[in-house]
Design a protein around this ligand. Structure first.
Ligand SMILES: Cc1ncc(COP(=O)(O)O)c(C=O)c1O
Length: 390
């Protein structure tokens, strides 16, 4: 469906101020611009776009990404994989494939889904081999390398070669490429030069070693939102997996990876108290905004869309305290404000539904279909040998 057709009859004539708050509100025009811009960047630089769905968790947005040229999707959870298999038959599970219940659930994904999974150890490859046999399918393997994030990933080229070889020699598995996540590069976009140079050297080192070992990676998959726009400076990368770019957030704007006007999702909240001087309390606290700190040199858990100087300075579960010390603006009880959260992915995950608006007019709504982890069915492993308890 084209975004301009999103209008649903029952929403016509409703405005943000009429919604029960707190509620996540997405500016549909900004969303479309964000989707188009990343698709155009990927096309311009000959990169394959495989967006990470963890930000929106919505098949509706995923379908829009596919319509704009994404060649597949990236997921982290099996719930995301199940929901996204309704709109896409090429999924990358960018998460270690460990745990019997996870594997069985993976094996139950629809047979027509072309599955690629990231692995950084022999245990992952062994597990994937089992999942491939269980589901009678071939599974592609991205060997994940740690190129500075220090979260997961092989620690050297020898390990990468060994895993790539193991994957290519294991029946029903296929060595599909090299993957890394540059989440450690989070400085201002204009100051990423040194980090990008280090990353480029590492990517080259891994690629050359794999080529020399007779295992050239068909795909080199990188890309996060903060450094997505500079991916073309890293020779060898063929695929990017940005997620946050669909909505953007305060952190993304603070590091210059988007403009403030590109923040498409805000949490609409109502001022519920102005009793204490110098502040206003809204009905969005940690259960609506998450408790992600901003960058080291910035305070608050979010800032107002219309007045970025006004930040949510403190939060309880259901209360957020706006610091009014940097403004002459004095809201009244009952006013509705819109908060740009520090980390939008966490916020989306806190709500069942998203409201789509144009200006202040409500046009549509859609479920955050892939939030949570349940399937509605029993996900207990049937394997006799259960996981080891640490
Ligand atoms: C493996 C992986 N790829 C891609 C992404 C997307 O990065 P971003 O949130 O910066 O868009 C993430 C984010 O957590 C990730 O973990």
């Amino acid at each position: 469906m084209v975004m301009s057709e999103w209008k649903s009859e029952e929403e016509v004539g409703t405005y943000i101020e009429q919604l029960e708050t707190p509620v996540p509100v997405v500016d549909l025009d900004r969303l479309a611009v964000n989707l188009d811009r990343m698709a155009a960047y990927a096309t311009l630089h000959g990169l394959q776009l495989r967006p990470h769905v963890k930000t929106h968790k919505s098949p509706r947005i995923a379908a829009e990404q596919m319509r704009r040229g994404a060649m597949g999707l990236t997921v982290a959870t099996l719930r995301e994989a199940e929901v996204m298999s309704e709109v896409c038959n090429d999924l990358l599970i960018a998460y270690p494939p460990i745990g019997a219940a996870r594997l069985e659930r993976m094996a139950r994904l629809p047979a027509e889904v072309n599955l690629t999974v990231a692995a950084d150890g022999v245990a992952g490859i062994t597990a994937l081999s089992l999942a491939a046999k269980l589901s009678r399918r071939e599974i592609g393997v991205y060997v994940e390398a740690d190129l500075g994030m220090h979260r997961v990933g092989v620690q050297g080229v020898e390990d990468a070669i060994a895993l790539a070889r193991l994957a290519s020699e294991t029946s029903q598995l296929r060595f599909a490429g090299l993957m890394f996540y540059p989440g450690h590069i989070r400085e201002d976009v204009s100051e990423m030069g040194a980090g990008i140079e280090r990353l480029s050297n590492n990517v080259q080192r891994y690629c050359n070693a794999l080529v020399d070992a007779g295992l050239p990676p068909k795909v080199v998959s990188g890309g996060s939102t903060p450094m997505a726009w500079r991916t073309h400076e890293v020779p060898g990368v063929t695929e990017i997996r940005p997620g946050t770019y669909v909505y953007n957030d305060r952190t993304t704007a603070l590091i210059g990876a988007c403009d403030w006007e590109d923040c498409a999702l805000t949490v609409a909240a109502t001022v519920v108290s102005t009793a204490v001087p110098g502040q206003a309390v809204i009905d969005a606290g940690a259960k609506a905004l998450g408790r992600e700190p901003a960058r080291a040199d910035t305070d608050g858990y979010g800032a107002l869309l219309d007045q970025p100087d006004v930040v949510v300075a403190r939060m309880s579960e259901e209360h957020g305290t706006l610091d009014l010390s940097r403004t002459n603006w004095r809201p009244r009880v009952g006013d509705v404000v819109r908060v740009v959260p520090n980390h939008v992915c966490i916020v989306v995950h806190l709500f069942d539904e998203i409201i789509g608006v144009r200006g202040t007019s409500v046009e549509t709504r859609w479920p955050v279909a892939a939030r949570g982890r349940t399937t509605g069915q029993d996900v207990t492993s049937t394997f006799r040998t259960g996981p080891r308890m640490a």
